[in-house]
Design a binder for this molecule. Structure first.
Ligand code: AMP
Ligand code: MN
Ligand code: MN
Ligand code: MN
Length: 286
């Protein structure tokens, strides 16, 4: 159970990844993944394609999504696993969450323009395709493509983050709404990459306890954005809050992502894997 090669977090061209759902399924299979989930940001449009591609490869699949939430003045990501992607309340909630992206992107482009970088909206839109899905990742790709920055990490160090040119604060979904949409669609809610938020101890306690009060049940212990020390720390947090543990690379692109699909270490045997509570939601289970 612990040694199962589960990869329950990644992105396709439907949100801010660079591979199609089919190419991701093939890459997951080739890398030895045994249980896979595609978790695009605020959108479930890739779910049918991902499930079909997984089925053709005899790769077990959980429908997924990663919802953008505002909490304590920061953006927190909540992954939903084992959801029904056709659930109306979930779809309406995600549509509402996506609603502000284009306006925010125009403000980001204005701010970059004032910092001497014109043309960012059209540049980012070229990468996103759809203005409803435009994200900081698409701006970052354009900044790299035009030679303003050497790589994606440099972009987020110099631009698009709090206090830097091109950052625009934004109001996403509430924590309670995101968890309710996931639960209502039959899924399990998971706090994504907790080490990324840099909350104070009090804020982090509030996040985990409010999440549990809303019915959230899991936390990502192993993710591409955690160091080994982060993973140890959140393994402890998972036990303290009696949460299930998840494992997901957060893979976006072969050119950009440090952690490939299926390449994280196994979950510690002291944790209960989130997939132990999701067997009934797995597509292609024997
Ligand atoms: P948005 O939802 O538009 O705020 O964009 C957030 C996305 O930007 C995340 O999902 C990541 O894909 C990407 N991102 C954020 N911070 C970083 C970083 N430090 N390095 C690389 N990508 C990042
Ligand atoms: Mn992303
Ligand atoms: Mn995320
Ligand atoms: Mn992600």
């Amino acid at each position: 159970m612990h040694s199962l090669n589960a990869d329950l977090h990644c992105h396709s061209i439907v949100s801010d990844g660079t591979l199609t759902p089919e190419a991701l399924a093939a890459r997951a299979k080739a890398n030895g993944v045994e249980l896979w989930s595609l978790t695009d940001h605020d959108e479930v449009d890739g779910q049918q394609r991902a499930a079909a591609a997984a089925r053709a490869l005899q790769l077990r699949y959980l429908a997924g999504v990663e919802i953008s939430v505002s909490f304590a003045g920061k953006t927190v990501h909540i992954v939903g696993l084992g959801i029904d992607p056709d659930n109306d309340a979930l779809r309406d909630g995600l549509k509402h969450t996506r609603g502000g992206r284009e306006r925010r992107a125009r403000e980001m482009a204005d701010a970059l323009g004032q910092a001497g970088i014109p043309g960012a909206f059209d540049g980012a839109l070229d990468h996103a395709g759809n203005p409803e899905m435009i994200s900081r990742t698409h701006f970052a790709r354009w900044l790299v493509q035009t030679g303003r920055c050497g790589d994606m990490q440099e972009v987020f160090r110099r631009y698009l983050t709090e206090g830097k040119p091109g950052f625009v604060p934004h109001r996403w979904a509430t924590l309670g709404d995101a968890v309710r949409w996931i639960l209502g669609a039959g899924g399990i809610a998971v706090i994504a990459h907790p080490a990324r938020y840099k909350f104070s101890a009090n804020e982090e306690y509030a996040l985990f306890s409010e999440f549990k009060t809303h019915g959230g049940r899991a936390v990502e212990v192993l993710t591409g954005s955690h160091s080994a020390a982060d993973s140890t720390r959140y393994a402890k947090t998972a036990r303290e809050f009696d949460l299930l543990a998840s494992r997901g690379s957060d893979f976006h692109s072969p050119e950009e992502s440090r952690t490939d699909l299926g390449k994280l270490p196994p979950l510690s045997a002291e944790l209960t894997p989130v997939w132990s509570a999701l067997a009934h939601r797995v597509h292609g289970a024997a």
